[in-house]
Design a protein around this ligand. Structure first.
Ligand SMILES: [Zn+2]
Length: 259
């Protein structure tokens, strides 16, 4: 087998790659029959092109795509991944249908027009709680914490949860812009508690995978508790790039719950 360009196997059948931008995670699930589900491929053109190249090196082909949520860095694609079903939650598809141009607009900074044109294109709503694909059972858990209609994909037979932009080691909780008091965020986070608790591996949308998923959950729950109850947090992630601004915004949201 040729050396892989990006993908690293984290448990049998689950491969990830990290972008140079914000450690954004591309996740590949193998179906065991020569097919691959590609989740949130990202980000620069060479990085996107490396994913189908790596699939070819693994002797598999992309059979489906999935976007965990509506944000521009989770709806990219590459022509060599092929014209396959690309799934998202029904609410995500509706948000894209309502204003696709706004969803993909930030990508014009980073991608040529042909790749922007493929982003958030022809997304297909997931019907029901189980992903209809040929691989391991994949359960869709929808919540509204980081973005409306965000999904976490649980692979119960593998003990894996693909969390999208939740439960990161490089980002504190990042609520949707419409979340003014962290209540929606907390509800979404708490909806994942049991999923995280029974999973052995967590794949976040940004940052490193964790073999102790509950520690990620506890860190985010503690952060929310601290900012709401005391208006302060000693979470070390606050010092990371871009996080002081987000932390300040979260403190503002927390204040709304106290007045
Ligand atoms: Zn996001």
């Amino acid at each position: 087998m040729a050396d892989l360009l990006r993908l690293v196997e984290v448990v049998p059948g689950v491969w990830v790659a990290h972008s140079r931008r914000y450690l954004t995670t591309s996740t590949v699930l193998l179906d065991g029959q020569g097919g691959a589900l590609v989740i949130d491929p990202a980000w620069d053109p060479d990085e996107l092109a490396a994913i189908p190249a790596d699939l070819a090196a693994l002797g598999v082909r992309c059979v489906a795509g999935l976007s965990t949520h509506v944000h521009y860095d989770h709806v990219m694609w590459h022509p060599d991944l092929g014209e396959v079903p690309r799934w998202a939650t029904r609410g995500t598809v509706e948000m894209v249908d309502a204003d696709r141009d706004a969803v993909v607009a930030p990508l014009h900074r980073d991608l040529p027009d042909d790749l922007v044109d493929l982003a958030a294109r022809d997304l297909r709503p997931i019907d029901g709680e189980l992903l209809e694909w040929s691989g391991p059972t994949a359960v869709v858990h929808v919540h509204h914490a980081h973005a409306p209609h965000h999904l976490a994909l649980e692979l119960p037979d593998l003990g894996v949860v693909v969390a999208g932009d939740m439960l990161s080691d490089v980002e504190i909780p990042m609520p949707d812009g419409g979340d003014t008091d962290l209540v929606t965020y907390r509800a979404g986070l708490e909806s994942l508690r049991d999923v995280v608790g029974r999973s052995r591996l967590l794949v976040p949308g940004h940052g490193q995978v964790s073999h102790r998923p509950l520690e990620r959950y506890d860190a985010d729950a503690r952060y929310l508790d601290d900012v709401v109850r005391t208006g302060a947090s000693d979470d070390p992630r606050i010092a990371l790039d871009g996080m002081p601004e987000l932390h300040a915004a979260n403190l503002e949201r927390a204040r709304a719950t106290r007045v």
